[in-house]
Design a protein around this ligand. Structure first.
Ligand code: FES
Length: 566
């Protein structure tokens, strides 16, 4: 006898396969993977993991997915794990590998969207750990009209060597010290061997922890998801709680589009500013907003930067690591403080089925007597946010600067042009990078790179060589969250499109001014026009494969580098 079609809304997608007579093969396959008759009545939840063995940020995610599945099954739902790709920025080896990093965000989004939609899952849980995985997961969740929750894999613990705490950036900076003959071979190897002690995402307020903290603030992951280190028992407990939360979302049909609103995006970026997060958050939130048709702009982000102070003494510019945050109450305690100060919208709905204000009601307040990581608003590291949007004749449609104030607010210098990031390392080794220079790295944009590489190697090498406060760097590429120093990235239009950054000559005077938010190339309009008339668009580096497709589809950095818009 054929069962009557179920009308309950909890399995409103999967019932197409499990209840309709026209899909016998699908039902047969579901029996084949081990589902019971009873299971055929239950909602199905896709669990997308970016787990893979080759990188510490993601090596444990398949294991966490099993805990998520246990919680899902215990809540009367069917959990089905699938994998999608991940790319580790820490292992991309300069431009060649790094070209694939930002494109991987959109591949992750496309692949999660494809599996969840094609297999008729009623909800999706994403278990993700690295920089691009998180925005990729959220973009997919935003496109799918069904409940979704993100689980962050968690931050790494610090490494230790000769009494020093270490992380991934220590390894890059050791290279700069090696070039400058400031480190012995033994200590160089000691730093490399001890920087990364096991599972977890890069440990400062770099891109992974920035995205995890702000996505939690946006309401798309459970409270404390960004604060439990990867190896903390709380991380497993969080995974097991996902099933109960998913059931509430299914029962109330709360979907990511309901949670990602202008207000919740503002909450996300408020946390990015207060914690001193990565400039990559700009790209990713522009893209996330576009996925739900909210026109978030660089000016909106600047407005948040203008009103939110930079409070947290976290790496890369500060002293502490993400693992230290849990002891002071984690991201929820910071959110509570900002909410009490009127900087966080309390009425945004979250994946707990409660509002931000309801989630924060029982969270202990930050104790400014006993902790030094997060400063009070009355004594900030910087009165406004560290992320500044600069425009000017060198970046007519915008650029993004990371200005913590530690390096000053203005830099005036002469251009040292590098056609790709490898030239910076060569120039550094030859002693050609000099105090007072503005290093210009071009051909690094989304189309020109392609893939808008991160400049962690050059910036870390410059830091390691002791030039961090003596040279500035501008690029149409982007920066790792681990980057610090006087840096301006996301320069648009990019050089591949004939943006003014393509027209800079060695020795030109450049001013970076965070007080007026201007990026100025000091040449006349006539000279600019003359140079433009001589410029020829380079041939694309790729015409086929994933990067060829990316070059044809990617929008500019000021539009979030999305690839799914006409
Ligand atoms: Fe994965 Fe840094 S390389 S978080």
């Amino acid at each position: 006898m054929i069962a009557e079609p179920q009308t309950t809304k909890l399995n409103r997608f999967s019932r197409t396969l499990t209840q309709e007579i026209s899909n016998p093969a699908a039902k047969a396959m579901l029996y084949g993977v081990g589902l019971s008759e009873d299971d055929m009545q239950k909602p199905q939840i896709g669990i997308a993991s970016t787990g893979y063995e080759g990188n510490t940020c993601n090596m444990h995610l398949n294991g966490l997915s099993v805990y998520v599945k246990q919680g899902i099954q215990a809540s009367g739902l069917v959990g089905l794990i699938f994998n999608t790709i991940g790319v580790s920025d820490g292992m991309t080896n300069g431009n060649d590998g790094m070209r694939y990093s930002l494109p991987s965000r959109d591949l992750i989004a496309d692949s999660i969207e494809s599996v969840v939609a094609a297999q008729w899952y009623d909800g999706v849980v994403t278990v993700v750990g690295c920089d691009k995985n998180m925005p990729g997961a959220i973009m997919a969740m935003a496109r799918l009209d069904r409940p979704g929750i993100m689980v962050y894999g968690g931050t790494i613990r610090s490494g230790h060597y000769k009494g020093q705490k270490l992380d991934i950036v220590s390894a890059f900076e050791a290279l700069g010290k090696k070039y400058a003959n400031n480190i012995s071979d033994e200590d160089y190897e000691g730093v490399i061997k001890n920087s990364i002690p096991g599972a977890g995402a890069c440990g400062g307020m770099y891109t992974a922890n920035t995205m995890a903290s702000s996505i939690e603030a946006m309401g798309l992951s459970l409270p404390f998801s960004s604060s439990y280190p990867a190896t903390h028992e709380g991380k497993q407990e969080e995974c097991k709680k996902i099933g109960a939360a998913m059931r509430v979302l299914l029962e109330r049909n709360i979907i990511p589009k309901d949670l990602i609103t202008r207000k919740s995006l503002e909450n996300a970026f408020t946390i990015v500013m207060a914690l001193g997060g990565s400039t990559n958050a700009v790209l990713h939130y522009l893209a996330i907003a576009r996925a739900v048709d909210i026109q978030l702009t660089l000016d909106d982000i600047q407005a948040i930067s203008d009103r939110v102070p930079f409070l947290a003494d976290l790496k890369p510019s500060g002293k502490y690591y993400m693992e230290d945050m849990l002891a002071i109450g984690g991201v929820p305690a910071v959110m509570k403080y900002l909410y009490e100060q009127g900087m966080i919208h309390g009425d945004c709905m979250t994946v707990t089925g409660k509002t931000v204000a309801e989630n924060l009601a029982d969270i202990p307040s930050l104790n400014f007597e006993t902790q030094q990581i997060v400063r009070p608003i009355s004594n900030p590291i910087k009165k406004t946010g560290h992320i500044q949007v600069l425009r000017g004749n060198l970046a007519p449609t915008g650029s993004v600067a990371k200005i913590t104030g530690k390096e000053g607010l203005q830099f005036d210098g002469t251009a040292k042009v590098c056609e790709h990031e490898g030239e910076v390392i060569d120039a550094l080794q030859k002693g050609e990078i000099l105090p007072g220079q503005v290093v210009v790295i071009r051909n690094a944009g989304p189309k020109g790179g392609p893939g808008m590489s991160e400049m962690l190697k050059p910036t870390s090498a410059i830091m390691g060589a002791g030039l961090g406060d003596k040279v500035a760097l501008i690029t149409d590429g982007r920066f790792s969250g681990g980057t610090h120093g006087f840096v301006v990235g996301h320069v648009t239009p990019e050089s591949f499109e004939g943006g003014p950054i393509a027209l800079v000559h060695n020795g030109d005077r450049i001013t970076i001014d965070a007080t007026t938010r201007e990026l100025t190339l000091h040449i006349s309009d006539e000279e600019m026009a003359q140079r433009r008339s001589e410029w020829k668009r380079p041939a694309p580096s790729f015409t086929k494969g994933v990067l060829g497709k990316y070059i044809r589809n990617v929008k500019s950095a000021s539009e979030g580098c999305v690839t799914d818009e006409a």
